[in-house]
Ligand binder design. Structure first.
Ligand SMILES: [Zn+2]
Length: 386
């Protein structure tokens, strides 16, 4: 999984290095203007680096529009920016789904998308893939609702259109982010890029105000966002306030190549791993385990680390509350995972020794040597060696 950020187009390589990004996105021209992009001064530098690039088309572009004075310059601008993108080896050009006006026929907007691809196909197609991005609001939008995206794909799928999944827009449009990736994949068969943004507004707000993935004003659980990134399996760009981008990338970096879980819900974890494998995601899974400790200790650590959302989630579960002062050990989970290891691919535990290193080591050794006796949620006993 490549992770990076939307940056200013001036001097992209230092900006990428500062943020720990291995992929970047930028505009080739003023994002509010129709002007064709000037020759890009850093093209050589980018071509000889190992940084991957995506280009975002300007905001006025609306290829669905029924208004000639918007649609015609939109088509021209898309081609100009796709050509500029190809000149620096970009992997794709992001284009918003666009919309028609209130009272106009949305089907006509979908057909405009088709016509644009058709015309260009006669000229040999676009020099880079066009990645159609889902949008946050608007009743007559082409890529806001999943049903509409399905209709759009009936028109553009055959021309090799790509999809850019924006999590803030999806959340604003009322999509369940835990199911959205599979739903999009069922429609488009592909996700080429993820815009991994938190949202400053609540679920279903239709507002498009991005927040940093972590440490910001975001209303989406960062773990949910990370799960989207992992499930989508595409390059990830954060389009978030610049000062927090390095932290956003570092957070996502922790989910790269390995998936860390913090819960002890055995069936949910096993089902989730099985589902990842169904999607063809073969990453090793590291199940993060707290080791033997009390739930009270866990909650204390969660609070200290600023994991407010998860701590509250745990506290809300009455069943778990009752165990607050009981010893909690993850042996049932470890056993289940060990039994199903062959069918679930590469899985291993990853310990957080909240209960102390010695206790965790004793517990892990006992599990490994099959000398462990589990005493419900009360704790464990190490049997003497046989
Ligand atoms: Zn976006």
């Amino acid at each position: 999984m490549q992770i990076g950020a939307h940056i200013h187009q001036d001097d992209p390589l230092p900006a990428a290095r500062e943020r720990g990004a291995d992929v970047v996105q930028f505009f080739l021209a003023d994002p509010q203007s129709w002007k064709p992009p000037p020759p890009y001064p850093y093209a050589e530098e980018i071509l000889s680096s190992d940084i991957e690039v995506f280009i975002h088309s300007p905001y006025p572009v609306n290829v669905a529009s029924l208004n000639n004075r918007i649609r015609i310059p939109s088509r021209k601008t898309v081609l100009q920016h796709a050509t500029g993108a190809a000149a620096l080896g970009a992997k794709g050009l992001v284009v918003h789904g666009g919309h028609v006006r209130q009272g106009e026929d949305p089907e006509a907007g979908l057909l405009n998308w088709r016509k644009m691809f058709e015309r260009q196909a006669d000229q040999g197609g676009y020099p880079v893939p066009l990645l159609i991005e889902n949008t946050a609001g608007g009743d007559a939008a082409m890529a806001r609702e999943l049903d509409m995206i399905a209709k759009l794909w009936d028109q553009v799928g055959e021309f090799g259109a790509g999809f850019c999944f924006d999590t803030c827009h999806a959340f604003a449009a009322g999509w369940d982010l835990t199911k959205a990736v599979s739903r999009v994949m069922a429609i488009t068969g592909r996700i080429d890029l993820v815009h991994l943004n938190n949202s400053r507004d609540e679920f279903g707000s239709t507002r498009d105000r991005h927040a940093n993935v972590v440490n910001g004003e975001g209303t989406i659980d960062p773990e949910v966002l990370a799960a989207v990134a992992v499930e989508a399996g595409a390059p990830v760009i954060v389009e978030t306030p610049a000062e927090g981008q390095a932290a956003d990338i570092a957070f996502l970096d922790n989910h790269r190549g390995a998936i860390i879980l913090h819960k002890l819900a055995v069936t949910a974890i096993v089902a989730w791993i099985a589902r990842l494998r169904d999607f063809g995601i073969e990453h090793p899974v590291r199940v993060g385990l707290a080791g033997p400790t009390s739930l009270a200790t866990l909650l204390r650590y969660a609070k200290r680390c600023g994991v407010r959302a998860s701590a509250q989630g745990l506290a809300r579960q009455a069943g778990l509350l009752r165990q607050l002062f009981a010893m909690s050990t993850p042996d049932a989970l470890v056993r289940t995972l060990a039994e199903r290891r062959g069918e679930l691919g590469e899985i291993a535990p990853h310990f957080f020794s909240f209960g102390g290193l010695a206790l965790t080591a004793r517990w892990a050794a006992a599990v490994a040597e099959r000398r462990i006796a589990i005493e419900g949620c009360e704790g464990f006993r190490v049997e003497p060696p046989r």
